[in-house]
Ligand binder design. Structure first.
Ligand SMILES: Nc1ncnc2c1ncn2[C@@H]1O[C@H](COP(=O)(O)OP(=O)(O)O)[C@@H](O)[C@H]1O
Ligand SMILES: [Mg+2]
Length: 207
């Protein structure tokens, strides 16, 4: 049975797709087979995807039903990562239902944080049926900024924990979206390091 991770937040631009491709590659590099499911109608992963370079397999899911089918159709993989769309819809609810872990990327911007109420409500609804692991992932972090402290307080108030590791604001993440590469193709050791440590946390939670 594949472990399924959904990367969801109804806000666009918070780093869902960036996290998906880098984490998927990191998991694959640790020796697991990985499939990524693109649920974004804008298909940002599909635009980035270069089959020859890419470490993982890519599929698309355009409906709630296709997301539910993932559990069966991709069961031969060790890990399946669902990249969410910029809206909390029936597709995202289905992604929460099929997942072992929901990752909610958030940036240190107060407006971004306000937008994750919708996904938290879906997670809460599932907790009543069958509990699911959920973690906030701080992305585009600017160390020591005042907004970072505010974000950490807001996260704490939700009762949903955050990963110990966060993703900093780095040029390397922007650059790799242009050409089908990942941070592992760059010489940014700090970026590679944080993705690697974050991936270890994910593997621990889903083990
Ligand atoms: N850690 C980061 N540092 C700098 N830029 C980032 C980072 N994460 C994402 N970005 C940039 O922010 C934009 C939105 O990221 P993306 O992953 O597409 O978000 P989403 O999938 O949530 O809409 C992209 O231009 C991406 O390159
Ligand atoms: Mg995206």
């Amino acid at each position: 049975m594949a472990k399924i991770i959904a990367i969801l937040n109804g806000k666009g631009g918070v780093g869902k797709t960036t996290s998906t491709i880098n984490i998927a590659t990191a998991i694959q590099r640790k020796g697991f087979s990985v499939a990524v499911v693109d649920t974004d109608p804008q298909g940002s992963i599909s635009n980035w995807f270069d089959e020859e370079k890419c470490a993982f397999d890519l599929t698309e899911a355009a409906s709630e039903k296709e997301v539910y089918q993932v559990r069966k159709s991709l069961k031969s993989y060790d890990y399946v990562i669902i990249d969410g769309a910029a809206a909390i819809s029936a597709i995202s609810s289905a992604a929460v239902m099929v997942s072992d872990l929901v990752v909610i990327p958030v940036t240190p911007s107060p407006l971004d944080f306000a937008a994750c109420g919708a996904i938290l409500a879906v997670i809460e609804a599932r907790q009543d049926l069958q509990p699911v692991e959920a973690r906030f992932l701080i992305t585009k972090k600017i160390p020591h900024s005042k907004m970072l402290a505010v974000l950490k307080d807001s996260i704490e108030d939700t009762g949903v924990p955050a990963f110990r590791t966060s993703i900093s604001q780095r040029q390397a993440y922007v650059k790799v979206m242009l050409d089908g590469s990942t941070v592992f193709d760059t010489d940014d050791g700090a970026a590679k390091g944080e993705i690697d440590v974050l991936t270890n946390e994910i593997l621990e939670i889903t083990a």
